[in-house]
Design a protein around this ligand. Sequence first.
Ligand code: NOJ
Length: 575
Amino acid sequence: MNFSRVILAILATSPVMTLAAETIQHAWWKEAVVYQVYPRSFKDSNGDGVGDLKGITSKLEYIQRLGVNVIWLSPHFDSPNADNGYDIRDYRKVMADFGTMADFDELLHGIKQRNMKLILDLVVNHTSDEHAWFAESRKSKDSPYRDHYFWRPAKDGHEPNNWVSFFSGSAWTLDPATNEYYLHLFAAKQPDLNWDNPKVRREVYDLMKFWLDKGVDGFRMDVIPFISKRPGLPDLPPDYMTRPQYFYAMGPHLHEYLREMNREVLSKYDAMTVGEAFGVTLEQTPSLVDERRHELDMIFNFDVVRLNRDGEQWRDWTLPEMKAIYTTEDKALDAHSWNTVFLSNHDNPRVVSAFGDDSAAFRIPSAKLLATMVLTLKGTPFIYQGDELGMTNYPFTRIEEFDDIQVKNGWKADVLTGKMKAGPYLANLRKTSRDNSRTPMQWDDSSSAGFTTAATPWLRVNPNYKDINAARELADPSSIYNYFCKMVEFRKKTPALVYGVYEDLDPRNAHIFAYTRTLGTEKYLVVLNFSKADVSYTLPGGITAGELQISNLASRESKTHALQLKAWEARVYRQ
Ligand code: NOJ
């Protein structure tokens, strides 16, 4: 639909100008709903136990039916898979496990045919150690590629500094060929690129053009705030040891490099960008996304998603904390900046397990409530595959069940050394591990949930697949999937939910999240009961609820100010 016309019409008739027409900057990516596909776990077409591009093509109708209009594809490039594709060996080649370039072209064609768009994962803070640049770089101290990476001699017989890797241990590995250390903020097989070298930047811009010229519509940029390193690579101050991302991010040349990338590449295409802003504070966000700066369109801020974490340790979160973050975000971003809304991805546990209630009694209403929230808050919503089915965390009990390098390295560093006890460590992983969201998509109730015909998929299928699967949900009008479709549709036809002003009506309420989205005379009220108790709720300030538009339960209550909300009930009213 043409939002611009609708919005101008609304504003023209608006007695109270809550948003002036000239302050609304339209963009297709602001009006989009994005669906993330993790190819390894989506659909296997050739029976080798690993998802692939042809598998995704075979499911485009399923994705389209959801109503989303952009697909974010996690890395599909040639990779030895130390970190499931986030370690790239060749940026212009498709990972053999996932298929061929012809399969990619077919997928892109299928996406375009369905009027959807595709964004790729740009992983350029680091490469694989098997990338040709690194293979050359490590050969000798005067290799022409030496300066593509960070090489340093030992300092007093030790690592050049105290930097820690996100995957345990030091961020430095000694390479015997030249007896120098190289830097890797992630695994040893993921050496960091030196962005201060203009040749590196040129290579990155060229590979971006390669994919944009094929017709892709933009990029999600992996750990992009880390690309500019602090000069002299100073030691991590002690209080950053458990949260090094805040030290590694926002180096002195970050803005300069992003602007250069924009000038050289992005400005020449109608592309969208979303930066994975691990280590960026809410206060710093506008400096990356203010449209007048020509850097990024949006970033993922992790304050909400990691609300349930103290370092890597699970912590119980509270609703007022979550609401406070949304309000701070909203205040930090003015009319020139745009936000994202997401509660999960391939690095975080399942949304219903982390923020809802995955028990048999409340999984369905709480998953629907979370969908209601993600699709009515202010910012482009990102939905991770399987969350539209209410897929849950995996019941991990043994270390052998995990695949993730972060888990395996952590186990060696923390449990095998005796620093931590196996029982509590596993209990924490059960709630926080990235593998929770990487288990195969549950398509139907056949063996391996219809994900693969192989005897063993690359990662175990969640045993609940007979109850939770796409075939079943598509056929059930009251399923989470069909509710998602309804909510996506509702957002897409409601400009106030995209561009409207956000206001939290009751910030301190521990169970109810009640907020409005207002655009001119259009006002929507969202009421979410984040608890497993029924709640009688009087709307603050004498507000009356208005006409009920959507409910995740069978509620009909309209035009009242005293609401009787059931456990995990979500309602959207038009006021
Ligand atoms: C963030 C990605 O989302 C994650 O999966 C990966 O392990 C790291 N960056 C390193 O690329």
